[in-house]
Design a binder for this molecule. Sequence first.
Ligand SMILES: *Cc1c(COP(=O)(O)O)cnc(C)c1O
Length: 404
Amino acid sequence: MPGFEFFGEEEKKEVQDVLDSGVLMRYGFDAMRNGHHKAKELEIAFAKTMQCDYTQVVSSGTAALTVALATAGIGAGDEVIIPTFTFVASFEAVIALGAVPVLCDIDDTLTLKPEAVEALITSKTKVVMPVHMCGSMADLDVLNKLCKKHKLLLIEDACQAIGGTYNGKQLGTLGDIGTFSFDYVKTITCGEGGAMITNSKTFADRAHMYQDHGHDHVGTDRGAESHPFLGYNYRISELNAAVGIAQLKKLPAILDIQKKHYTILRDALAAVPGVEFRRVPEGGVESYAFLNFFLPNEDLARNTHKELGKAGIDAAFYWYDNNWHYYKKWEHLLTPMSLGKLPNELQEGLKRNTSSYPNSDQWMSRTVSCLIKGSWTKEEVETRAKKLAQSVSKSLEEYHSTSI
Ligand SMILES: *Cc1c(COP(=O)(O)O)cnc(C)c1O
């Protein structure tokens, strides 16, 4: 998945434009900037790539989620349903607004289980937020219907699935708002950066103001602009946006390589009896950022992950034990542990989260994930595929011989 593997002369040239003018900020200084508006240029190009009406580029994926929720009018005590398997940014963004992240079970798509979502809906629920982890998506048709029925917004966290599609549409465009991260390990990177996309003019208008202290961006005198509502600073710098322009041009090539490498690994693994793959909902096409597979039980998944390490296969993840991506290690959310006092509505609301999600555990304890890199040579991918299949077979055989 990492776009940094493709960092090269194109990125340097874009950054050099910014350095030549010395204007590192996206707003103002028009006389000095030699006509360069990198953040704006990235927004136009991204909206075109995503085939959506509006893009707001911001300083991170976490900022994109925060701006998305803020523009949707989410505030104190509102409930946002998020999956138990995600990156901590999902709940951080919700908490930042004083709203309540309500954890929800996942299914074999490795994201929101629609029946579990429906069971959690209350009069306080405002948003359902599927997180398209590791390159593949939730059952978006079902979730969209659910959101319409209960008058909720659907906000897609597509930070790990850029380039994936569903019913022919780009992930991130199927709900009301979509969010992306361009941090250093994502499919394309700005170093640090993110984007929020939408087809709603209202949300887009609110977003550009909210991420810049509430500036209405009317006129040419920044100091004289008015502020229709409160905002914060989630702006991206021109230097980061410049990197993103070059990276976005490489996205189709990166996706092609991901697909090719993924397919070689998957074909090798598909020949091993006992291995199953994560379910991709009908109509969905993965971004191929990761290859995710299930072993028959937790012991086997743990053992397989260990075998992969022994065989020198790097970038294989056992998310079940991970501090940052799975609820089991989120005592700082569940307790919660914050430096200062949290709003009362939030403290109360967090009690809704139990500490037990058996469906999620059932799937995650059996899941092993392999990151797909773009820099592998053909020989490296083929060797990796062979070793992967051998290690997984070995792990399964050992298990069966000891358990008989
Ligand atoms: C990376 C990531 C984010 C946050 O992005 P940052 O740019 O690192 O703040 C949010 N959600 C998911 C699923 C991510 O993988």
